[in-house]
Design a protein around this ligand. Sequence first.
Ligand SMILES: [Zn+2]
Length: 412
Amino acid sequence: MNVLEKKNEERELNAADHRLIGQQLDLFSINEEVGIGLVLWHPDGTVVRRIIRDFWEDEHLKNGYQLVCTPHIAREELWRISGHLEYYEQNMYLFEKDGEKYVVKPMNCPFHIQIFKSKPRSYRDLPVRYAEWGTVYRYERSGTLQGLLRVRGFTQDDAHIFCAPEQAKPEVLRALDFTRHMLQKFGFKEYRVHLSTRDPQHSEKYMGSEQEWNNAQKTLAEALKEKNIAYQETPGEAVFYGPKIDINIVDSSKREWQCTTLQFDFNLPKRFNITFTGTDGEEHEVVMIHRALLGAIERFFAISIEHCEGNLPTWLAPTQAIVLPVSTDCVRYAERIHKRLLAHGIRAALDASTSTISYKIRQAEVRKIPYMIICGEKEAKLQRISVRKHKTGDIGLLRTEELAKKIKNESI
Ligand SMILES: [Zn+2]
């Protein structure tokens, strides 16, 4: 976390704070009885999470990734091989059962490696790209926890790319395009990019050979240049196992958040002996790239709802439209409209309470529902609906199908 981000996270609770929005819109909660830093996703939050996940998975499949699914725990032995037990134990949750020690996963990488290693691989099989919404658990000191921004259990939108050395650059280029495409869909158009390289004065601190580092750093820098992406190189900021590109998104309040990371790894391929048979018939070490695009979903969700102050775009809104009958006489007409919207695949709700129409509208505004559909006698007679858009106002009389089409067109 950079200094700027630390400042972002330490700020006082204000109206646009995701914790407040989360409570107002009933999206999630964190409860001491369950445990601090552990998130309970409420029904509406779960709807948003599912939309993001479905979209994410579909886009990955279109982009040549394969989806995988891995367990939440694994034997201690796995983490001994990966080196996590040696370097990361203070952040891991360990337990014992029948004399066998287990670890609650702090990362997904060793599992993806095991899937890759489940059969022999030749150069013809590469690149292999595995993607997973993997939920991990890491111990963080209680004082550092904050809403969804810093938690102890979170879901990474994780991916690992296994490729031959000559495929590394095309893979980085491809991942950069994909990142830009995805972040734009979520309304983030401004980024700051950092290339974290090793500290040349302390090469002993790093895994991997001089040549591996030079090649990987060159690959990342060239890829950024080829894509015309302005970046700042930060020597000494690389992790011990490889250089990386970090993409910080800039939100509507001009705050910077690190989300995307694209990281070479010279450590795990050696520890797990991950190889492929080359054109020469010999075994060669694969190049492994870790890639998280949104980062931690909980954190990305917090940033996203603050970015739009809770006014989620229509494609992400848990309820896209709410049907509001003006009086009890109009409830039957409103029910028909509601059913038709549901049949069109619109996430629609109905407020058939006996409250006044102005109260219903106010409530819908508080819930930040993108479309309010007013059904009165006039509308029933004309077989139309009066549509009101959140933050915009009346947009006139429409047919139900016209509104359904409009909402679908706004989607993504
Ligand atoms: Zn990884």
